[in-house]
Design a protein around this ligand. Structure first.
Ligand code: 2IT
Length: 445
């Protein structure tokens, strides 16, 4: 009853925020057995506090286009939860950004970050600015204007942004440059995903994708199965897709697809060798057209379609939210999928996830599977704090340990509540237990 009441109140108080409500609903449904076992949570209004961001900033971002015209965008930072550490989470620059999207991402980030076992709270921010088709100078002026507002709300012990869709190393550098100039101090721990020469971490660019595969390896290992020889169906063409493909090839799997906003590429020979590096060019290209890959390597581009109609063993959506509904989940099951891992945040509807699980697919949820990116961001913060940098091997080994712990803790949590091998509920429960316990002990704040 408590959960139903909170869900009802949350939807009444956050009208039209469908993504946010979708993520809250899925989460609260998963942690039901924990709530039932802890009546004091209701007395402490724990869930009511958990679904309300601690703080939300919204601000005007004016910038000058190359044509001399003034443009105005909406900038945001959602500081969702600081129970277990300073606010941490990426910035998304995309025309699809609004408060609803950033609240769902901040809510998810809180629990993903708790799973990493590192001391970071949850946040998300961004702007409805689309960097595609903009000149370098426009991107720089935009980033400077965005940071001229954002700098008031962030700091190395307060809130540490990073990249997400539309924000890569180039944007991070412009953002950091402006922060440094305004503050007049060299605090490189204020943002992560930096370049190597000014405090970035080795393996950070690869971390989200590598993490997905390290997590997948634990899952397959648990099923007495191996990555080697498996066929992978992927969506997206950005940072997460690239990192996944690199590691899949290393582990002896084959990737047959990538996708963009207007269709997907099917490469039956596998995306490997030089083709993987070509993804970096594709990502840097202002046209954001994955068809260029098909033209260059002589394979097929399916316009206006998604790769879920392909047959494979393991499916990894790495593009954006809700790219899989029930009809697409059906295709995935019919395609022979055994494992499904979320490289993107909330890539499927709640009903699609249920359909996959009911049809025997093992689901690795985003909070667990793609936590490698933010985990290495936290390791970047550690390196910045001690003013030192670790080798590739050191960071990579820590990432592997973290992904193993995320899997093992999720399994342990699900078993404790007799839920079987349910990685979705297990991850949500393991994360919730950490955040809830800490919130109770820190008092009513
Ligand atoms: O969704 C994510 O976990 C990220 N975009 C990475 C956030 C971070 O702080 O590295």
């Amino acid at each position: 009853m408590y959960i139903e009441r909170v869900l009802e109140e949350t939807s009444r108080r956050n009208p039209h925020e469908d993504y946010f409500l979708q993520s809250v609903k899925k989460f609260l449904d998963s942690v039901r057995p924990v709530i039932d076992a802890h009546p004091e949570y209701e007395a402490n209004a724990l869930l009511e506090r958990l679904v309300e961001p601690e703080r939300v900033f919204q601000f005007r971002v004016p910038w000058l286009g190359d044509d001399g015209k003034v443009h105005v965008n909406k900038g945001y930072r959602v500081q969702f939860n600081s129970a277990i550490g300073p606010y941490k989470g990426g910035l998304r620059f995309s025309s699809s950004v609004n408060l609803d999207v950033l609240k769902f991402l901040g809510f998810e980030q809180t629990f993903k970050n708790a799973l990493t076992t590192l001391p970071i709270g949850g946040a998300k921010g961004g702007c409805d600015f689309d960097p595609h088709g903009k000149s370098d100078n426009e991107i720089m002026r935009f980033c400077q204007s965005y940071m001229t507002e954002l700098y008031r709300y962030i700091g190395p012990s307060l809130d540490i942004p990073a990249g997400d869709i539309g924000v890569s190393e180039k944007e991070i550098a412009y953002l950091f440059g402006q922060y440094k100039r305004i503050k007049g101090v060299y605090e490189n721990g204020v943002i992560t995903g930096k370049g190597i020469n000014y405090g970035g971490s080795l393996i950070r660019p690869e971390a989200a994708g590598y993490g997905v595969l390290y997590y997948a390896r634990e899952v397959l290992n648990h099923q007495k199965d191996v990555i080697q020889g498996k066929t992978f169906v992927l969506s997206g063409y950005g940072n997460v897709t690239w990192g996944c493909i690199k590691k899949i090839n290393e582990l002896g799997g084959k990737v047959i697809s990538i996708s963009g906003h207007n269709g997907y590429v099917y490469d039956p020979d596998g995306i490997c060798g030089d083709k993987v590096n070509y993804l970096l060019e594709l990502r840097a290209n202002k046209n954001r057209d994955v068809k260029m890959y098909a033209d260059k390597y002589g394979c097929k581009f399916f316009e206006g379609r998604k790769p879920w109609e392909l047959k494979g063993d393991i499916y990894i959506p790495c593009a954006t939210q809700n790219e899989i509904d029930v009809s697409e989940a059906k295709m995935i099951v019919e395609g022979g999928c055994k494992y499904y891992f979320e490289g993107a945040n909330m890539p499927a509807t709640n009903e699609a996830i249920e359909y996959l699980q009911q049809n025997g697919v093992i689901v690795g949820p985003a909070k667990a599977a793609n936590a490698g990116g933010v985990a290495v961001s936290a390791l970047e913060m550690s390196q910045n704090s001690i003013r030192y940098s670790w080798t590739k091997e050191e960071v990579d080994n820590k990432l592997q340990e973290i992904m193993k712990k995320i899997h093992d803790e999720s399994v342990e949590a699900a078993e404790r509540y007799n839920l079987g091998y349910d990685l979705v509920k297990g991850a949500n429960i393991a994360a919730f237990e950490k955040v809830a316990k800490t919130m109770i002990s820190e008092g009513v704040i």
